[in-house]
Ligand binder design. Sequence first.
Ligand SMILES: [Zn+2]
Length: 390
Amino acid sequence: MTQTPTIDRDRLTKIIIDLVSIPSVSDDELEIMEFVAGLCEGAGIEYTVTAKDPQRPNVIASIGNGNGPTIAMNGHLDTVPVSDEHRWVTPPLKGVASPDGRMIFGRGSADMKGSVGVMLYTLLALKDAGLNGTLQAHIVSDEERGAEFGTRHVLEEIEAGKLPRPDYVLIGESSQLKVRNAERGIFGFQVRFLGRASHTASARVTGVNAIALAAKGILAIEGDIDKEHPAVGRPVISVNMIEAGVANNVVPGECTITVDRRTIPGETDETVLAEVRAALDAVKTDDPNFDYEITPSREEGYTPANITDESSPVVGALQEAIREVTGEEPEYFATWAGATDGRLYRFAGIDTVGYGPSGQNAHGANEAVFVDDLITQAQVYQVLARKLLA
Ligand SMILES: [Zn+2]
């Protein structure tokens, strides 16, 4: 059993307050990345800057001797803007610690400068620890708006052989100190219900009201889905848009709904479509006028659910590190398994797991991160790195 590392609370807090105090809304990440590069420079940590757009750089920092696996911690420094300054009790673009030191307020504190601070702290703390292998931080821009200039660019450079390919990736997005080894997939599709337009006066004779068909169809597919995966919980289906009707006196001939379906590992777009068709075809047996067609949504597309299996060394090492540091059995982050840049590493074939702190009001007013969680995170990251790079 490794000894639980001691974390210098003041030093960690200072790094995070500095990060939160540099505004870095997506598209404006240059200054904060220069700060990160300067911090590495000053501490004698090797780093490279890689950028698709020089105004939106990413810093790849590394420690270790290279004689072993490479672990990359990934965190983004871009934030969403502040749109409701009047609701904030502290200046939103400044890192402000609460008087008891247990919280740090400011835009980006929870999502996810607190966690990036832990990554930088971890590099500083383990710089001379004699790690066998490489511990990296991929500090990226552009997570909030699709990652083209951030993690997607970093992965392109890895594929092109310009950056070392990590064996394992650790994502620091908020996870309430739970293990986030999988993410739900996203599949958008539309169902067009096909009625027959007519004059209202003859609605019962020549008309087939497509809105009425849609009402039956929606009730058939919208609701709880009786499946569950331990890592991400249940799949979700939600009918989120509806469009129909041309005039007050015309029975609508068509009605289109847009559906957002979140998948769990084991499901695909094909299995989802088969389920939806089965549910709608069951309506058809009772109503000869019921007719529909399904088209996958071009906008949403399909992102498969993705998982790094429990048997992966990085998941095992994380679980062990959590046990050692907290004395508790690790849990999966299944309650709100939204997407992170972790999916991009998984799609590139790299074992990836998430572990990050709790925060409050990410993207909202009075966003804050809990310092005790950051300290636990820092301890777990150190223990994990020492296990995989022993
Ligand atoms: Zn985030």
